[in-house]
Design a protein around this ligand. Structure first.
Ligand code: ADP
Ligand code: TYD
Length: 215
């Protein structure tokens, strides 16, 4: 509690990167390190495990056919539910003082859907989400697309819609364009993710702690 008897606002930190860049591996490692400091962390991800997220996953696997505009709109709707739903919405958690770490958020939409439509359209489609909650920090785990492709190939028998090398290269370029576009509005850190898991975890932990304990 602070001097006014109010719980201080928590933090919202987002991990971004192309498929196979190590986001989920790193979120697990960081969550463990933070918990070892006796701090609480709530890890979460998009697309969510909720009804809209499940529909999205069926589209990504090709089980349900869709149009890219519909898919981009569903991601924005899934994100709104992720933010504001009454049970485990991110907004309430952050307002209640929790540290939320999310695997993907609106920069994923900017990077993936700008392959098929104007990035401005995607930014506009997510503007209500951005109004509700901008991350305190977005970390981009930057890994060479060839490396990510190898990692995915070695670990999976089925591939989703975007897991192709040319698409991964385009998505990385779109991420960098989006970061440039928002450099004055968003707090973004680019981390070299080509190194060993432990080295990447050290760099990420350093960056994340600066946001948790500023000054
Ligand atoms: P993402 O969540 O970004 O798709 P994952 O964390 O699932 O990526 O990692 C994809 C694969 O790459 C996993 O098999 C994981 O064990 C492996 N991996 C993750 N980070 C590294 C790393 N720094 N070096 C080598 N392999 C890694
Ligand atoms: P995810 O389960 O995070 O895949 P991975 O662990 O392999 O990175 O995300 C599934 C796919 O959804 C991934 O290819 C990125 C894509 N995606 C979008 O196209 N738009 C979005 O807004 C989000 C959040 C994800």
């Amino acid at each position: 509690m602070n001097s006014l008897g109010m719980r201080p606002r928590g933090k919202f930190i987002v991990f971004e990167g192309i498929d196979g860049s190590g986001k989920s591996t790193q979120i697990k490692m960081i969550a463990k390190r933070i918990q070892d400091l006796n701090l609480k962390v709530y890890p979460t991800f998009e697309p969510t495990a909720g009804p809209i997220g499940s529909l999205i996953r069926q589209m990504l696997s090709g089980k349900i056919k869709t149009d890219q505009r519909t898919l981009a709109s569903l991601f924005a709707a899934d994100r709104m539910d992720h933010l504001v739903n009454e049970v485990d919405g991110i907004q309430k958690k952050v307002d209640g003082g929790e540290l939320v770490i999310c695997d993907r958020y609106y920069f994923s939409s900017y990077a993936y859907h700008a392959q098929y439509m104007d990035m401005e359209w995607v930014i506009h489609a997510n503007s209500l989400n951005a109004e509700i909650l901008r991350p305190d920090l977005t970390v981009f785990i930057d890994v060479e697309p060839e490396k990510c492709f190898e990692r995915i190939k070695n670990n999976r028998s089925d591939f989703e819609m975007y897991e192709k090398i040319d698409i991964m290269k385009n998505v990385r370029i779109n991420y960098l364009k989006a970061f440039e576009h928002f450099k004055n509005l968003e707090k973004i850190a680019v981390i070299d993710g080509n190194n060993s898991m432990e080295q990447v975890a050290d760099a990420l932990f350093h960056e994340v702690m600066k946001t948790i304990n500023p000054g």
